[in-house]
Design a protein around this ligand. Sequence first.
Ligand SMILES: *Cc1c(COP(=O)(O)O)cnc(C)c1O
Length: 381
Amino acid sequence: MDITRFIPPQGDTSRPTIAEINLSTLHENFNAIQKAVGNAMVMPVVKANAYGHGLIAVSQCLVSAGARYLCVALLEEGLALRQAGIEVPILVLRGLSQSQIPFYLEHNLTITATSIEKLTQINQTASELGKKARVHLEIDTGMERSGTHWYNAQPFFEFATQCQCVQVEGVFSHFANADAENLSSAREQLARYLQATQFWLDSPYPRPLFHLANSGGILQLPASHLDAVRPGILLYGVYPSSECQRTIAVQPALSLRSSITYFKVVEAHTPISYGHTWQSDHRIRVVTVPIGYADGYARGLSNRGQVLIRGKRYPIAGRVCMDQLMVNIEWDSAYNGDCVTLIGQDGAEQISVDEIAEWLGTISYEVLTGISMRVPRRYVM
Ligand SMILES: *Cc1c(COP(=O)(O)O)cnc(C)c1O
């Protein structure tokens, strides 16, 4: 694909700034993960607008790729999927407030129950509405975020089996360190999980779905694959950390592109952008690009980030503004309408999400989920 020039969609009124999502890549990443986990069910995590890739389009793509279950963080995300006609089971990972329960039941969304108190509320509401709640029980094995501690899991499980209007479909926990180089803490969490869930193997009750692994666990701890896995970042072709072993080959599905909208020559010793934080000691050519921190291209990239134009890397000159930024192209040639790649490939050069995260001192997750709703998503195959 020649990406030298930015080709706007026909009849589009928007400025030339888009996040381009390759659905074939997403599909291939799903297949690669499914192959690596064998018989375990892959439950894609599509929270936070599918890590910035677009909730509905990504979910539709994954369902057609064979996903039989989806995970979201929030009730609203589950409702948006139902509204879009997605019919596969959807697990809402975060805990709930009591007033939300009727909506879960009405739209057949799977509830995460984190405590006996929440189970009581769920069971009560389900009973009042004459429904049976589909529930996954969350136990805490070392994340210390939510869920009943693994050492208190027995009475929690016991209570769940006594709730007439609750169907215990799954039991899960979440890793704090599965993407680390040292896996001793993740192994400890796995051991705690297996110890607690032994309850179900020793009991007469039907055995629920056991799931634990996030991307880190999928990549580094095959023993954690159990009945199902919950990949987020890996599905989008990004690895969870730099130390994490890359045991499954995936490709980034998202590119962030814009286009040159202004070109000028700047004389030596002329400061550029807000605060006049940067200037060149010689005459340069500077181009302006219509993307800024309100689009999720962080202001922390001021005088630090780089972009690709005509297959070459150039530095950002001065501060990133709300809607625009300036790029120093020295004395090279570039023209209005040329494509500017902020994330992705152009010729032999590539800027990865990881690289941007490193410039910012953060993680790839924050860079991807930070791409704001203002940036149109364009889907390609
Ligand atoms: C976000 C999330 C995941 C996915 O994590 P990744 O590191 O992106 O794979 C899995 N499980 C739970 C409970 C989560 O909140």
